[in-house]
Design a protein around this ligand. Structure first.
Ligand code: PMP
Length: 441
């Protein structure tokens, strides 16, 4: 094992972040569990790439069968790609009826930006601060999360503009006052337009994933989308983390904000681990892009990718996994809230369905982030058999986004284990000043 880690670090680009300094070697998974080569089973609380669970036999069989028959590119004519695009379009409201198939979230965001800039003729793009949208040139350009890149804001290309992170828990405007974010963002858009640089696109997660699953303030996207469109721009929703049923109540994050974007980016969950991404927009926007740019992806929409995508959609439906996100998500959130009464370090429990965030603070009044404690807690949780990781710009939020097939036994095991680890952390003498639990996002 140490030898394998050394070999990894010798050749695998070290700019990539890895889980844990001393990681277990994971070679198998089953449902919401990961199995290490030294024989331990871990509860996987972070894997939103496999919503159906690890090693789902239906996906494995569908992909294997298709690999034995045909895999090629979508310039050829075959049924699965037609069925898959129809199924995706049917999941979205009018006028979102035109689907581009790619292989990842970064590609989807990159294409969405190109579509918006091409269709509007406006090269400037507006994004939220503290967001993450991908690693390709354009998706990285609109990513300003300092957890991923400490120089993120200082190194933006000149066509990228940002607005304040509308975080109602720890941002500049908190609680009720969070309604101030939208007018401020509208002002930025109006100012850009007055300056002759109206944004061709406004991109955001419609439910704030990188902040640990905090809902945007009510009406935020409605006001911002209207302002962007008033100046000829388009609204892009990055549904890569929060979409596809994970929020439980809503299949898409934008439904929570009661808006319809012009362009939607999807990936992660779509293939249950098989690389898949999509951009869905209106025929009119896609047609305007035709004169501006080229699109073709060799493996996007391949027969294997299309079959994987269709099988994931069928299984999500047949196993009622969005329903499970409602039920076990509510059980989990309520148990986490109970823990917050006993452990003062829990400042808030954010999120919806099976996209939750437990934000850890040293002081509930100042919200000083408990960054080191969060890291320690995750290491201890690993020893106790649970994989959970920190997120957010201060890395002080436990990101909780398990496979959607998680059951009540696993939910209870997680909260009991977290209770134990938090108790040990408290006993170690970390000083927490008390204050009221804030409701969170
Ligand atoms: N957008 C969001 C919100 C994401 O969380 C991610 C991945 N973490 C991406 C885009 C990029 O997706 P991918 O890793 O598939 O390129």
């Amino acid at each position: 094992q140490p030898d394998l880690l050394a070999r990894r670090d010798a050749t695998f680009a070290t700019v990539q972040e890895h889980y844990y300094d001393d990681p277990p070697r994971i070679e198998r998974g089953w449902r919401h569990h990961l199995l290490s080569t030294d024989g331990r089973a871990y509860l996987d609380m972070v894997n939103n790439v496999t919503p159906l669970g690890h090693a789902h036999p239906r996906v494995e069989q569908a992909i294997s069968r298709q690999l034995r028959r045909l895999n090629t590119n979508s310039r050829f004519h075959y049924a699965s790609v037609v069925e898959f695009t129809e199924r995706l379009a049917a999941l979205l409201p009018d006028p979102l009826d035109t689907v581009f198939l790619v292989n990842s979230g970064s590609e989807a965001v990159d294409l969405a930006i190109r579509l918006a800039v091409g269709a509007t003729g406006h090269p400037d793009v507006l994004a939220l601060r503290e967001a993450y949208h991908g690693w390709t040139y354009a998706s990285d350009a609109v990513s300003t999360s300092v957890a991923d890149n400490p120089n993120a804001l200082a190194t933006r290309p000149s066509w990228v503009h940002t607005v304040d992170s509308p975080n109602s828990y720890r941002g500049r405007h908190r609680g009720e006052k969070a309604s101030a974010y939208a007018p401020e963002a509208v002002q930025v858009i109006d100012d850009l337009a007055a300056d002759g640089r109206p944004p061709g696109a406004f991109i955001s997660e419609p439910y704030y994933g990188n902040a640990g699953g905090v809902a945007l303030p009510d009406g935020y996207l409605d006001q911002v989308y209207k302002a962007v469109r008033r100046h000829g721009g388009l609204a892009v929703a990055d549904e890569i983390q929060v979409g596809y049923g994970r929020l439980g109540t809503w299949f898409w994050g934008f439904e929570q904000q009661q808006v319809v974007p012009d362009i939607v980016c999807v990936a992660k969950a779509m293939g249950n681990g098989h690389p898949l991404g999509a951009v869905i927009t209106s025929e009119a926007i896609a047609a305007r892009y035709r004169d501006q740019g080229y699109f073709f992806s060799s493996t996007g929409g391949s027969p294997v990718s299309s079959i994987a995508g269709l099988t994931v959609l069928d299984t999500l439906r047949d196993e009622d996994l969005q329903g499970n996100a409602v039920r076990n998500g509510a059980r989990l959130k309520s148990r986490l809230r109970t823990l917050a009464h006993r452990h003062r370090i829990i400042g808030a429990v954010h999120g919806s369905g099976l996209y939750l965030g437990v934000e850890l603070v040293r002081d509930r009044a100042t919200l000083e982030p408990a960054t080191e404690e969060t890291g320690e807690l995750c290491d201890r949780m690993l020893e106790l058999g649970v994989i959970v990781q920190p997120t957010g710009d201060h890395l002080n939020i436990l990101k909780i986004k398990p496979p959607l097939c998680i059951d009540s036994t696993a939910v209870d095991f997680f909260t009991e284990t977290l209770d134990r680890a938090l108790t040990e952390l408290g006993e170690d003498g970390v000083a927490h000043r008390c204050g009221p639990v804030r409701p969170g996002g």
